[in-house]
Design a protein around this ligand. Structure first.
Ligand SMILES: [Zn+2]
Ligand SMILES: [Zn+2]
Length: 411
């Protein structure tokens, strides 16, 4: 038995127990900044020592392009944490956003990772000016512009939109940032054509073909971007605002000049709405990247159970550790499928723990929470097929009859 595997399995429980016993109120907050930084490795070690002493837990990404942090810390240490940040020129006055709904159990340990980028966006940054961002808008202004007919675009991944979004927003189907922005660009081009009353024109494509080479097409593309006018004001939003920095710069580079972005994202929108008594135009829950998975913004239930289709916005992970798939699942389905995504995972999950361990051996247990069901219809089809097979054979994993508890002990 691999001792690391055991420790990995037990560790979160121990950490959770420790956190339960701490008994100090904690505050969950997030901040980011695009800022040029030098010795990132050294900085990482210094920050780790400094923040650990303040009881900071959470997930922090450092890169030469900046910092992206989601942390929780004892509320009594907030001032000291602020001073520690301000004492460093690169983080001085960095605005942070405090999570609204918060039991302080968002994070179990402090992880500071040095990365190439603070957000994995898959974009070639050197191709455009990342500092030429859209106008930062507060909640009240965002609401007003929405009412005036601006085009609202969700810059998050599909699984994040599944449990909440701004009323009438365009929700990309992609499950990556890059995919989402490409989808948005295509949608905007369509929007421009429609507004010009042109319909879909093939002429441009033919022009390019006639003249042959790829280079001509690229040059034409660049010319085209300067002409994007007939598009309404674009409003972007994401969880904490950071993805909109890149997305707005990208769209501006592609000729869309009238771009606004929700400053501080949904997290800070919720705070402002509450503080100022505004009407929340964001409905449902906000997906967050910590243990909670979501924080409720309004009582609206905008999602559907991915297994049965009932109105539901309960987001969860499949409890079969090697699957861990994110899905929206109602309580009834959670009971029916033993907190799993499918009959197949349920069968594994119901095995004796020794057999489960044997099953896990050599398989990676997905620790990320970002693998999600993209198409509920495909999942439902799979469930139907698996239930049929199960009724026929009594098992979906005939191979597991070879893994007995006794065999696992000799491991
Ligand atoms: Zn259901
Ligand atoms: Zn599963």
């Amino acid at each position: 038995m691999d001792p690391n595997r055991l420790r990995n399995l037990l560790h979160p429980d121990l950490l959770r127990a420790r956190l339960e016993q701490e008994g100090r109120p904690r505050t969950t907050l997030s901040f980011y900044r695009y800022v040029r930084m030098g010795e990132v490795e050294d900085l990482r070690h210094a920050l780790y020592a400094e923040w650990e002493a303040l009881g900071v837990l959470g997930r922090v990404y450092l890169a030469t392009e900046g910092i992206n942090a989601q942390v929780s810390l004892p509320t009594e240490n907030l001032d000291r944490f602020r001073s520690a940040l301000d004492a460093r020129p690169e983080f001085s006055d960095v605005p942070w956003k405090i999570a609204v709904e918060d039991d302080g159990k968002s994070f179990l340990k402090l992880i500071i990772k040095v990365k190439k980028k603070i957000v994995a966006d898959g974009l070639a940054d050197d191709a455009f000016d990342v500092t030429n961002v859209g106008t930062h808008l507060d909640a009240a202004t965002f609401n007003r512009k929405m009412e005036a007919g601006a085009l609202v675009i969700d810059m998050r991944n599909n699984y994040e939109c599944a449990i909440g979004y701004f009323e009438g927003a365009y929700l990309p189907k992609a499950d990556t940032f890059r995919g989402a922005i490409e989808e948005v660009e295509a949608m905007l081009k369509e929007e421009v054509r429609e507004r010009r009353g042109e319909g879909v024109k093939e002429r441009r494509g033919e022009d390019v073909k006639e003249r042959g080479g790829k280079e001509v097409a690229v040059v034409k593309e660049k010319k085209e971007v300067k002409e994007v006018r007939d598009v309404p004001e674009i409003l972007l939003y994401c969880t904490g605002g950071i993805r909109c920095e890149k997305a707005s710069a990208y769209l501006k580079h592609h000729g869309y000049t009238n771009v606004g972005q929700l400053h501080g994202g949904i997290i800070d929108y919720a705070r402002q709405v509450k503080a100022q008594g505004l009407k929340s135009k964001y409905l449902g829950q906000n997906f967050v990247f910590d243990e909670r998975l979501a924080e409720r913004i309004t009582e609206d239930v905008v999602g559907t159970c991915m297994q049965c289709g009932a109105a539901c916005d309960r987001i969860t992970n499949c409890h079969e550790a090697t699957c861990n798939m994110l899905l929206v699942q109602c309580e009834a389905c959670a009971a029916k499928y033993a907190d799993c995504c499918s009959p197949s995972c349920r069968e594994i999950h119901h095995l004796p723990i020794e057999a489960q361990r044997a099953w896990r051996k050599g398989r990676s247990t997905r620790s990320t929470k970002t693998k999600a069901i993209n198409d509920p219809e495909v999942l439902r089809q799979r469930i139907r097929e698996e239930e049929e097979l199960l009724a026929l054979n009594g098992t979906l994993h005939p191979e597991l009859t070879y893994i007995t508890p006794t065999a696992a002990h000799h491991d």
